[in-house]
Design a protein around this ligand. Structure first.
Ligand code: MF3
Ligand code: CO
Length: 259
């Protein structure tokens, strides 16, 4: 993620990122609807791949550093980058799905966590608070603000609940590549860090654990789990900093973030 910040040059570039973003939103809607007890991770991946192709996009994850699937499917104590396998969902599971699409060279990247069936209140709260942290981070992702404002908003959303805020995996710039400069940490100090400018695009992605923040990498080289086996939640959107304000691209319709 090193290197210079690549920016969108005008409406045509924004438009392509919006198409990629709408595709990712469609993937998420389809996978969410299909994620019921008995369905396997591989089946969800096949659905995602089909939706991406129906939108005339390409799956950005497939083949990325050798990654073998179109989505990441991360159940329970898997934080991120779970490879879709034969695991079948059970009532009470917590499932994180991450998806990315490319349209005419421009990227969209988003993730969410859902409860499969019934989960205890404390688990539902983890999911809700992680999503709220994403939106609190997005609210700071504006031209003139700094990356520390984004990270601080996310981190301070977790603080009252004592959740482990994952530090080893972070958000990123996005545009012509899935991962570009700058790094977008889920922690930081208000008023510190890179100043945000119109034309930038950021993938903001808090990961909160019910237990500690420590992570472990499984032998497959991809699957990131909580070191203590606790449950984890992950939410991500792609945010475009336009002249009219910041726009979340990875929704069915681009959403202007209120000033
Ligand atoms: N979308 C993930 C991210 O948010 C990256 C997925 S890694 C891949 O950064 F290998 F699955 F593509
Ligand atoms: Co991302």
């Amino acid at each position: 993620m090193d290197g210079r910040v690549i920016t969108m040059k005008g409406p045509a570039d924004f438009e392509k990122m919006a198409v990629a973003g709408a595709c990712v939103a469609a993937v998420h809607a389809a996978v969410r609807a299909a994620a019921v007890p008995g369905v396997s991770m591989k089946e969800l991946d096949a659905i995602a791949n089909q939706v991406i192709r129906e939108h005339d996009c390409r799956p950005s994850f497939l083949g990325y550093h050798g990654y073998p699937a179109s989505i990441c499917a991360s159940p329970n104590s898997v934080i991120v980058h779970g490879i879709p396998d034969g695991y079948k969902l059970r009532n009470g599971d917590v499932l994180s799905i991450d998806a990315g699409a490319i349209y005419e060279g421009w990227h969209g990247d988003a993730a969410y966590t859902m409860a499969v069936g019934d989960v205890p209140d404390e688990v539902a709260r983890l999911i809700d608070v992680t999503e709220q942290a994403l939106w609190n981070g997005i609210a700071q992702a504006k031209a003139g603000k700094r990356l520390g404002d984004v990270g601080h908003a996310i981190e301070s959303t977790a603080a009252p609940y004592g959740y482990g805020v994952v530090r080893e995996y972070i958000g990123h710039g996005i545009g012509r590549n899935m991962h570009e400069a700058p790094n977008v940490p889920n922690y930081g100090k208000k008023g510190k860090g890179l100043k945000l400018k119109t034309g930038m695009a950021l993938a903001i992605e808090p990961m909160f654990n019910l237990g500690g923040a420590e992570t472990a990498l499984l032998d497959d080289g991809w699957t990131v789990v909580t070191a203590d086996g606790s449950l984890s939640a992950h939410f991500e959107h792609t945010v475009l900093l336009t002249e009219k304000g910041s726009v979340v691209s990875t929704l069915p319709e681009p959403k202007l973030v209120d000033a």
